[in-house]
Design a protein around this ligand. Structure first.
Ligand SMILES: [Zn+2]
Length: 127
């Protein structure tokens, strides 16, 4: 899976960026989920490797760990690239959106709520 490297085709088309960001967020979650599976597999193989006393099994474990390390490196790189992509898209959205700010209240705890002001188009939140 390759990171979706966005080209700025039409920076005024906010819907284009909103759709792309939404899909990149889903892609990022999926990459993180896959990476966590590889971490678990690596940990499992490393644990198995520790209790192995058969030379063939040790070699197989060693090979598995090497394959998994390669995948882990690939996915870590992919996640970083996707995160950078999302930051770039978010900046474009924030810069090009004709914000329509609305006020809302969010619960910070059961007794207290806090007023927030956010854009209903791009969800940019004013601090
Ligand atoms: Zn906006």
């Amino acid at each position: 899976m390759d990171c979706y490297n966005i080209n700025i085709i039409d920076s005024s088309n906010i819907d284009y960026f909103l759709f792309t960001k939404k899909k990149c967020d889903i892609l990022l979650n999926s990459l993180k989920e896959t990476l966590s599976i590889y971490y678990e597999l690596r940990e499992f193989n490393a644990g198995y490797f520790d209790v192995c006393n058969d030379e063939n099994k040790i070699t197989a474990c060693h090979n598995n760990i090497a394959v998994l390390d390669k995948e882990i490196t690939k996915y870590e790189k992919e996640i970083r690239a996707t995160e950078e992509q999302i930051i770039l898209i978010s900046k474009n959205i924030q810069h090009n959106c004709v914000h329509e700010f609305i006020e809302d209240y969010v619960d910070v705890d059961p007794e207290r709520s806090e007023k927030i002001v956010y854009c209903q188009v791009c969800e940019y939140t004013k601090i």
